[in-house]
Design a protein around this ligand. Structure first.
Ligand SMILES: [Fe+2]
Length: 384
C-alpha cells in the first residue's frame, strides 16, 4: 500500500445535455453580481457565446466579453484580459471554450485578486486564499482544465510554457453540457480526446499515482477507448460526446493528484516552439513513451491494456502490454491523427534542443522512469 497520498475534491461538477441553457439559477446562487465571459474565437463563431448569454440571463448581469484569445493561451492575453475585467469591475468569470480560454481565465483570476505580474505566481502553491470565483464550460473533451488546479500559459518572448498550480486555481463550478462540444471539428475532437487519454495513462503510471487517481484514470481510459472514434466521426452522437466529456473531466481529476509524465514534458517543449496542437503532440509521443515506461511498471501497463479493451487471455504480460500500446496507436490512427513529428513540421535538427527543454519541464519529475537527455532525444527520434 502507498505510504501517503493527498486527493482534494474542489470544483462542483454538473452534467446534463442542454445544461448551458438553464444556468441562471445556478449562477444566481453565487454572491457575485457582475460577470465577465472569457471565450475563444470558435465559441463566438459557432453562436455558443450568444447561447451562454441567454443561459445566464436573469441570473446575473454580464458586464463584458473577452474573446481575443490565441490558440495557445499567452501571458499577454492574460494581462490584457485581467486589465479589462478590472476596468469593468467584474466579480465572477465564466470561461467558455477549450483549454486556452479556461487557462487564461484561471490566470486572470490571479491578477484580478492578487495584482502584480503573472510571472510572480509561476510554480506550485504560491496562492494562499480564494480568488475571484469562476465557472468553466468546456467546449472540448480534452484538457480537463474545468476541474484541475493547473494552468499552462505560453510566454511568447521566452518561447516556453509556464505552469501555474494551486488548489485555488480550480474553478468553483464545471458545467458539462455535451451539446457545447457538438460542433467541434473531427480533427480537434480527436486531438483533444488523445490529450485526455494521455492524462489518464500518464497519471496512472506516475510516481504520484494513488488509489483514487487510479480508479479515475482507468475509467477514463475505458470511456475514451470506447467513445473517441464515434465522437470524432459522428459529431452529433450525443452519447459519445457526453461520454468523452465525462472522460476528459475525470482524467483531469486523475492527473490533478496523480500528475503527468514524460509525454507532457516533450509536448510542452514542442508546443513552446512550434504551432503543434497539444493533443496532437501527445498523441504522436504517447505510444513511444508507453514502451519506454513499461519496463519500469509492466503491471500498470498491462492494466492499461485491459482498459483499452485488450483481452489478456492468459498470455504473458509483455504481449498484453504491446497490444495495449498497439490499441493506443490504432485509436489515434482510426481518428486520422498525424502519427509522426515530421507530419506536423517539427524539424529533425530541433530534437536535441527540445529534449533539453523537456528535461526541465515540471511534468517530467513524476514520470515513472528517469530519463536522460539522450533517452529523450531517442524517444523524439522514434516519434519523428
Ligand atoms: Fe494535456
Amino acid at each position: 500500500m502507498i505510504d501517503f497520498f493527498e486527493f482534494q475534491l474542489r470544483p462542483r461538477v454538473q452534467f446534463k445535455v442542454g445544461l448551458v441553457d438553464e444556468m441562471a439559477p445556478e449562477i444566481a446562487r453565487l454572491e457575485s453580481t457582475r460577470a465577465i465571459i472569457v471565450a475563444d474565437d470558435g465559441v463566438v463563431k459557432t453562436g455558443m457565446l450568444d447561447r451562454v448569454h441567454a443561459g445566464l440571463a436573469g441570473g446575473i448581469e454580464i458586464v463584458g466579453d473577452f474573446c481575443d484569445i490565441p490558440a495557445n493561451s499567452s501571458v499577454e492575453s492574460v494581462e490584457r484580459g485581467a486589465a479589462f475585467a478590472k476596468e469593468i469591475n467584474a466579480d465572477v468569470i465564466v470561461a467558455v471554450g477549450g483549454g486556452s480560454p479556461i487557462d487564461t481565465a484561471k490566470c486572470m483570476r490571479i491578477l484580478m485578486s492578487e495584482g502584480g505580474k503573472l510571472h510572480d505566481y509561476e510554480g506550485y502553491n504560491l496562492l494562499d486564499k480564494p480568488l475571484v470565483p469562476m465557472i468553466a464550460i468546456p467546449t472540448t473533451a480534452g484538457t480537463g482544465s474545468e476541474v484541475t488546479p493547473f494552468a499552462v500559459i505560453r510566454d511568447e518572448a521566452a518561447e516556453v510554457k509556464l505552469t501555474f498550480a494551486s488548489p485555488f486555481l480550480a474553478p468553483e463550478l464545471a458545467i458539462l453540457d455535451p451539446t457545447m462540444t457538438q460542433t467541434l471539428p473531427a480533427r480537434l475532437t480527436a486531438a483533444t480526446g488523445m490529450d485526455a487519454l494521455t492524462h489518464a495513462i500518464e497519471s496512472f503510471v506516475s510516481t504520484e499515482a494513488n488509489p483514487i487517481s487510479d480508479s479515475l484514470g482507468l475509467q477514463a481510459i475505458d470511456l475514451i477507448s470506447n467513445n473517441l472514434r464515434a465522437a470524432t466521426h459522428t459529431g452529433n452522437d450525443m452519447e459519445a460526446r457526453g461520454q468523452m466529456l465525462v472522460a476528459a473531466c475525470i482524467a483531469g481529476m486523475a492527473f490533478s493528484s496523480g500528475f503527468l509524465g514524460i509525454v507532457h514534458a516533450m509536448a510542452h517543449a514542442i508546443g513552446g516552439s512550434y504551432p503543434v496542437h497539444h493533443g496532437t503532440a501527445n498523441s504522436i509521443l504517447l505510444p513511444h513513451a508507453m514502451r519506454f515506461n513499461s519496463e519500469i511498471a509492466p503491471n500498470r501497463f498491462a492494466r492499461i491494456a485491459r482498459s483499452m479493451g485488450v483481452n489478456a487471455g492468459g498470455r504473458a504480460e509483455e504481449y498484453v502490454i504491446e497490444d495495449g500500446i498497439a490499441a493506443v496507436t490504432a485509436l489515434a490512427n482510426d481518428c486520422n491523427m498525424p502519427m509522426r513529428l515530421r507530419d506536423v513540421a517539427v524539424p529533425k535538427e530541433a530534437l536535441p534542443a527540445l529534449a533539453e527543454v523537456a528535461l526541465t519541464d515540471g511534468t517530467i519529475f513524476t514520470n515513472p522512469r528517469t530519463a536522460t537527455v539522450e533517452e529523450i532525444v531517442q524517444l523524439l527520434e522514434e516519434a519523428w
